[in-house]
Design a protein around this ligand. Structure first.
Ligand code: SOE
Length: 410
C-alpha cells in the first residue's frame, strides 16, 4: 500500500486505538462553555489514546429543546434530552458528566450515583461544604459497588503541570518553602457587563473564589502533594450592581441589558495566604478584574534545591531552576514539554508540536476511562473536591473576620 501524506507524516500514534473496544456511554448535562470543552474531550480521547473502553457520546441534556438539539448536532451527541432525570434513567448511559452551574451539581450527582452511573462533575464540586460532604459520602458508597466519581480539575492534565508534579515528587526542588499562585481574568472590568449566573451566589456558590480560586487551590495541593492547613483571606466585590441580562446570558459576558439592574452577590476577587503542613507558605490571588489578563494562571514553587514555574499562557513550557548547579551557569531554563517521555504526550504529535487548553479535557476523559476500566478510584476524587470546598469555606470565613487565620479540618 502507498502511504498517504496524512498517514505517513501527520497521524498521531494512537489514532483509532479505542475504536472496537467495549463502549463507555456518556450522558452529559449542560452544553455551554464547559459542555463544549467536555464534548471535545470525549470525542477525541478514544481517537488519540489507546483506551480500554471507547467513549461514546450517547446523549446530551439541557432545558431548551432547540438549543440542546443544536448542541447535540454541533458536538456529535447521538441523542438530546431536556430533563436530566430522563438522561440518568437512560439504559444507554453508563457515565453522567455534569457541566451545569454549581447549584445543581449535588442533586444530579446524587441521583446519578443512586442510579448506578459513574460520575464526572465540573469544579467546584458543589456550592457548599454540606453538599460536597453528601456527594462524597454517596461516592464512597458507590465505590463499593464499583462506580467511579471524579471532579473536573482540568489543569492537572496539562502535560507541564503533570511533569511539575512528577519533578516535585522526585525531590528535584527539595524541601518546599514557597508556593505562589495567581489566576487572573478581566471579563468583569466593565461595570456594564451583565449579571450572569456566575455573579449570583444562589447559582454559583461564590465568585472568583469558587471559579478560579478552586482551580489554584487544587493545583497547588496537587503539585506539592500537601493539603493546606489554614488560610488568611481578603475578598472584595468591586461592582455591586450590574445590568440584568435581557435574554439567556451564556458564556462570560454575553447577554444584553434591558435597563434594570440586580445585585452581585459573590466576590469579584479573593486574595489569601496559606500554610502547608511542611511549613511552606503559600499565596493565592483569584480575580476577574486584572485588566488585560484573560486566563492567566501562574504557579511557582520554590524549594531548598530548586524552583519550578508554570504559566498557562505558555502551557507547553515548564521553567526549572536547579539550585544545585554552580552559580556561574545556574538560572531558570525552559523545558519544552512536548517530548514523548512527558506526561500524555507519547500519543500526540512529534516533539515541538504543542498542545492547548482543550487537550486538558481530552486527558481528563482519558484518565477517567482508565479509572472506570480498572475499577480504580480516580484523582481528583470527590473527597479531593470536598477538601477544596473546605478551603474555599475557610477563605470566606477568614475574609468575613477581616483576615483572621482560619484552620482547615484535615
Ligand atoms: C470562567 O472564569 C472559566 O471558564 C472557569 O469557569 C473555568 O473553570 C476556567 O478554566 C476558565 O475560566
Amino acid at each position: 500500500a502507498i502511504a498517504t501524506e496524512a498517514s505517513a507524516a501527520a497521524a498521531p500514534r494512537g489514532v483509532g486505538a479505542a475504536v472496537g473496544r467495549p463502549p463507555l456511554r456518556v450522558g452529559m448535562v449542560g452544553y455551554a462553555f464547559m459542555g463544549a470543552a467536555h464534548s471535545q474531550g470525549w470525542r477525541t480521547a478514544g481517537r488519540v489514546f489507546d483506551l480500554p473502553l471507547n467513549p461514546v457520546l450517547a446523549a446530551i441534556c439541557g432545558r431548551d429543546a432547540d438549543a440542546v438539539r443544536a448542541a447535540a448536532d454541533r458536538h456529535g451527541w447521538a441523542a438530546a434530552e431536556t430533563d436530566w432525570r430522563a438522561l440518568i434513567a437512560r439504559d444507554d448511559v453508563d457515565l453522567v458528566d455534569i457541566c451545569t452551574p454549581g447549584d445543581s451539581h449535588a442533586e444530579i450527582a446524587l441521583a446519578a450515583l443512586a442510579a448506578g452511573k459513574h460520575v464526572l462533575c465540573e469544579k467546584p464540586l458543589a456550592n457548599t461544604v454540606a453538599e460536597a460532604e453528601a456527594m462524597t459520602r454517596a461516592a464512597d458508597e458507590a465505590a463499593a459497588r464499583g462506580q467511579i466519581a471524579m471532579v473536573g480539575f482540568n489543569y492537572r492534565r496539562v502535560p507541564a503541570t503533570a511533569l511539575a508534579r512528577r519533578m516535585v515528587a522526585e525531590g528535584r526542588i527539595g524541601r518546599l518553602r514557597h508556593v505562589r499562585v495567581t489566576y487572573l481574568q478581566d471579563w468583569l472590568v466593565d461595570p456594564e457587563a451583565p449579571l450572569t449566573w456566575r455573579l449570583r451566589k444562589e447559582l454559583a456558590g461564590s465568585g472568583a473564589l469558587g471559579d478560579l480560586g478552586a482551580h489554584i487551590v487544587d493545583l497547588a495541593q496537587y503539585l506539592t502533594g500537601e493539603k493546606l492547613a489554614g488560610v488568611s483571606a481578603l475578598t472584595e466585590t468591586f461592582v455591586r450592581q450590574r445590568p440584568l441580562p435581557a435574554g439567556a446570558a451564556r458564556g462570560l459576558s454575553a447577554g444584553s441589558a434591558d435597563g434594570t439592574t440586580g445585585q452581585v452577590t459573590v466576590d469579584d476577587a479573593a486574595v489569601f495566604t496559606g500554610r502547608f503542613p511542611s511549613g511552606a507558605l503559600a499565596s493565592f490571588e483569584a480575580t476577574r478584574y486584572a485588566t488585560g489578563r484573560k486566563n492567566a494562571l501562574r504557579i511557582e514553587l520554590n524549594g531548598e534545591h530548586g524552583s519550578l514555574a508554570f504559566d498557562l499562557e505558555r502551557l507547553n513550557e515548564l521553567a526549572y531552576h536547579d539550585g544545585t548547579e554552580p552559580g556561574e551557569h545556574a538560572g531558570f531554563r525552559r523545558i519544552l514539554v512536548t517530548e514523548p517521555e512527558h506526561p500524555y504526550l507519547a500519543a500526540w504529535w512529534p516533539p515541538g508540536h504543542g498542545l492547548g487548553y482543550e487537550h486538558t479535557f481530552v486527558h481528563q476523559a482519558r484518565d477517567l476511562v482508565h479509572a472506570v476500566a480498572d475499577g480504580r478510584r480516580p484523582e481528583p476524587s470527590f473527597a479531593d473536591g470536598l477538601q477544596v470546598q473546605r478551603v474555599l469555606a475557610a477563605v470566606e470565613e477568614s475574609a468575613e473576620k477581616n483576615s483572621v487565620y482560619t484552620p482547615i479540618a484535615p
